[in-house]
Design a protein around this ligand. Structure first.
Ligand code: PEP
Length: 364
């Protein structure tokens, strides 16, 4: 055990709700019922298994003796097994004076348990290899899939008069089609000139490329499936720049949270962590949100949870911030009332940076 580190004081956090405001009170030596900060590293599509274990070992070495925060590591699927074998509590305790405060995270999961879903990974599969928590609804998956996979091109290819004519004939022959669809196809076949159809096709192709990704409904199914397998969930939400610029931030966040949590019981909420990640603040080169912006959204989210689940859940749920968290801004971010930790992308790939983030509360 490294006595220098363990004898340092870690500022602990205790929240109180007064006059519609959540306050963070610093206290030394731990407070009963205090919320433990959670610092999670999302490695995204980086690190082969062996280099992931090496990175984890460097992080643990730099974080020796840190017990007052929860630490999460989210390697890609291929790295989970090897890391799971490495981060056994007994080993972490003897080697690094760490223990049960290290959690293995997956970056995503599917909602079905098994079947013809080539390429997908189920919650059962994650639980079976020792995954503790799973990130669901990350903005990379909510918005970027259309761009990478060219969603929309198959729709665009079909928006020709020839295809629509054949489709109309097929639907009529089959019978029972939605009359609205039949009427629209009849109109397009009769009136739509080739140029308008080509323009419409281009419009939808661009739209889908820009915006298509996991829906709120798919995210809801994933949340239920993961919780049902005993995995804890880190549910990401966040507005894009367009929503922020048009003052739609809160409407969008409320929709994301309400749909994702629909049907989740108050009891299951103890296994749920929210990560607020404004899309415009995520990724190398972006600017993190300001403390005022973070504070305003965290208050909003906590009050929303209060409306949905009541005070007990609202006061105990952890709400993390993510978006360019770095060693030089973590102290300021963690000082914001209502911020209980961070989801870290780029900086989590650098052992020293991530360790400094984890150790934000240690007296220097
Ligand atoms: C993320 O991808 O979840 C993230 C917050 O990335 P970064 O820290 O690089 O902005």
């Amino acid at each position: 055990m490294n006595s220098i580190v363990s004898s340092r004081v870690f500022r602990n956090y205790y929240r109180q709700r007064t006059a519609n405001q959540w306050h963070k009170v610093e206290a030394e030596g731990g407070v009963p019922g205090a919320i433990r900060p959670f610092l999670a590293g999302n490695w995204k599509m980086n690190m082969v298994p062996r280099s992931g274990v090496a990175l984890a070992a460097r992080i643990f070495d730099l974080c020796r003796g840190v017990k007052d925060v929860d630490i999460g590591l989210a390697p890609p699927f291929t790295g989970l097994s090897m890391l799971s074998d490495y981060i056994k509590p007994d080993f972490l305790r003897t080697e690094y004076d760490l223990g049960r405060n290290v959690f293995l995270l997956a970056q995503d999961t599917f909602f079905e348990s098994k079947g013809a879903f080539t390429g997908e990974i189920s919650p059962e599969m994650l639980a079976a290899i020792g995954v503790d928590r799973v990130i669901i609804g990350h903005s990379d998956r909510r918005t970027n899939l259309g761009k990478y996979f060219g969603f929309g091109s198959s729709v665009a290819r079909r928006l020709t008069r020839e295809f629509l004519t054949k489709e109309l004939e097929r639907l009529k022959a089959k019978g029972g089609a939605d009359p609205k669809i039949v009427a629209a196809l009849e109109h397009l076949v009769a009136e739509g000139n080739q140029e308008i159809l080509a323009g419409t096709a281009k419009f939808f192709e661009e739209e889908l490329k820009q915006r298509a990704g996991e829906s709120d409904e798919a995210i809801q199914r994933k949340v239920h499936a993961a919780l049902g397998q005993g995995l804890q969930v880190i549910l990401c939400c966040g507005e894009n720049l367009e929503a922020r610029d048009t003052h739609e931030t809160f409407t969008l966040l409320e929709r994301q949270i309400r749909i994702a949590l629909d049907g989740v019981s108050p009891r299951a909420m103890h296994d749920l962590i929210i990560a607020y990640e404004p899309v415009w603040a995520v990724g190398e080169g972006a600017e993190p949100a300001t403390p005022d912006q973070i504070s305003e959204v965290h208050d909003f989210l906590r009050n929303l949870i209060m409306d949905l689940y009541g005070e007990q859940v609202a006061s105990s749920i952890r709400i993390l911030y993510g978006g360019n968290v770095k060693p030089d801004n973590i102290v300021e971010i963690m000082a914001i009332p209502g911020v209980d930790g961070a989801l870290v992308g780029g900086a989590s790939l650098r052992a020293k940076d991530f360790a400094d983030i984890v150790k934000f509360g240690l007296e220097k």
